[in-house]
Write a protein that binds this ligand. Structure first.
Ligand code: ADP
Ligand code: TYD
Length: 214
């Protein structure tokens, strides 16, 4: 299975990806691979740093760099792992590009959608969206960045609360177009274990509804 986790910065994607990967490893015989974008492939660190730290990149370059990152990630990690019969849990995928580059940075949606479709990036089997009020995610990011240098804000995070609100409302527009394609999780002020429990329950139901699952 190819499972993606989407949500704004600070929504809890890494935290929930850990819980999900641990649970999947415990309940299935297959290996579970945890990965992320941008940069979740061997050599991807350099591209990640470039995208996240270069000031004044135009939105088109930013978009195309995320596309290049996804193409490498797909061919070097995701396809080989799925072909090997492993599960892949990935933080961020196409919806991140639509929400951030179109919703956040004003890129034309029809254009972005066409390019994504032309790249033939596969649709995940399951897409999880962590829904959280931007103000809560933003305050988490601020406390995280006080921890140490590793958590310094990247240039997207530095755009602030209004940017996160634009990205969040674009995610909601995307989900409203195709609500059945997402497992929507209301995170609010809930504890991480409670959220993880809901994801496992909903994923368990989804899997038992699959006509070919055994
Ligand atoms: P993301 O990967 O979406 O940026 P993280 O998983 O890194 O989010 O979480 C952002 C911050 O919020 C981290 O400091 C994490 O420990 C904390 N966090 C995650 N889930 C919760 C939760 N349910 N309640 C409170 N804090 C949380
Ligand atoms: P990430 O490391 O997932 O940040 P966080 O853990 O804070 O959620 O992603 C880094 C940034 O890259 C994040 O601000 C969102 C942005 N991004 C895009 O703008 N477009 C994309 O297609 C992707 C994959 C990420």
């Amino acid at each position: 299975m190819f499972i993606t986790i989407e949500g704004i910065d600070g929504s809890g994607k890494s935290t929930q990806a850990d819980h999900l990967a641990n649970w999947l490893s415990a309940v299935s015989d297959e290996k579970v691979i945890r990965t992320f974008e941008p940069g979740g492939w061997n050599g991807g660190k350099t591209l990640r740093k470039f995208i996240l730290e270069t000031k004044n990149l135009c939105t088109m370059s930013e978009f195309l760099l995320f596309m290049a990152d996804r193409a490498e990630h797909l061919h070097r990690v995701i396809i080989p792992e799925l072909l090997a019969g492993n599960h892949v849990v990935c933080e961020r995928w196409n919806e991140s590009t639509l929400a951030y580059q179109c919703g956040g940075h004003g890129m034309d949606y029809d254009f972005a959608e066409k390019v994504i479709a032309s790249c033939s990036f596969p649709e995940p089997d399951v897409k999880i969206f962590l829904d959280i009020p931007p103000a809560i995610a933003f305050s988490r990011m601020k406390s995280r960045e006080n921890l140490d240098d590793k958590h310094k804000r990247d240039r997207f995070e530095a755009e602030g609360l209004v940017f996160l609100e634009k990205v969040s409302s674009f995610y909601h527009r995307l989900i409203a177009k195709n609500p059945d394609k997402f497992i929507m999780i209301d995170c609010g002020e809930r504890q991480e274990h409670e959220i993880a429990g809901e994801i496992m329950r909903k994923l368990g139901v989804e899997l038992s509804d699959e006509p070919n699952s055994d």
